[in-house]
Design a protein around this ligand. Structure first.
Ligand SMILES: [Zn+2]
Length: 256
């Protein structure tokens, strides 16, 4: 199993990070993509991926970059992206739900980062959060980027997911798929073929039922993974190995 999106660099794991990684590896995870959300956390994620004391296993932790930042930080992110274990650029995206920045400003930064990721030949990891007034970036925006990557549809939009699959993106299913009111995400999970699906925890956030409300950690509950897979398989068009193979192909990781 591979966790395609977690935030192990976050302070929620400061006390027992090594134990969390040990548990994840013992639980069957072979890789965790640790994701920053700004310059500081991206640097921390890269640093974490290069360390191997205690339970850390460098080759099994990969980091990548993030981008809720201003244009001034982009140069620094490009510099950080030259680290050997950086596997993707992200998470980036548009958030009209919680991010107070102006939409136009967000869109400009998002498009700039899609272009940078393309120049660096890195896949992008996109965070999607729709606000009450509509989708936070439709396929037209993503078509402008040359990079392809994973996209977490946190609120669920099966139509957008289908469009993004057509563009070559993978759709990443988080633990929210187990929440009673998350019918949108379940619809996405049911519609996305296993060949287009990634599995993520977004730890320390989005702990699945029955751990909802607690700190999430990879590999959260097998329930989430089982449900995601089962629902995704129900309408699978193709299944060349499923989420772990997809993650390996996207992030350029060898087996093991
Ligand atoms: Zn995240």
């Amino acid at each position: 199993m591979i966790d395609s999106h977690a935030h192990l660099e976050m302070p929620e794991f400061a006390v027992d990070r090594a134990a969390v990684v040990d548990r994840a590896l013992a639980g069957g995870l072979t890789r965790i993509l640790t994701v920053g959300t700004d310059v500081e956390s991206s640097a921390a994620a890269v640093e974490l991926s290069g360390r191997q004391p205690g339970g850390f296993c460098g080759r099994r932790l990969s980091s990548h970059l993030a981008g809720r930042c201003g244009r001034a930080e982009l140069e620094e992110l490009v510099r950080i992206a030259s680290a050997p274990k950086v596997a993707a650029w992200g998470e980036i995206g548009l958030d009209y739900f919680r991010n107070p920045a102006a939409r136009e400003e967000q869109r400009t930064l998002f498009e700039a980062q899609l272009a940078i990721a393309g120049d660096l030949a890195l896949p992008v990891v996109i965070h999607d959060r729709r606000g009450p007034s509509g989708p936070a970036g439709g396929p037209a925006t993503h078509r402008q980027g040359r990079a392809q990557g994973g996209r977490a549809l946190l609120l669920g939009d099966a139509e957008l997911a289908a469009d993004l699959l057509d563009l070559g993106y993978f759709i990443s299913i988080p633990g929210t798929v187990t929440y009673p009111k998350a019918s949108g995400i379940r619809a996405v999970a049911a519609a996305v073929p296993l060949g287009g699906m990634l599995i993520e925890t977004d730890a320390p956030y989005l702990a699945p039922v029955p751990l909802r409300g607690k700190r999430n950690e990879p590999p959260s509950s097998p329930t989430q993974l089982a449900r995601s897979r089962a629902s995704g398989a129900s309408r699978s068009r193709k299944s060349p190995g499923g989420p772990p193979e997809n993650a390996r192909a996207l992030f350029g990781w060898p087996r093991g």
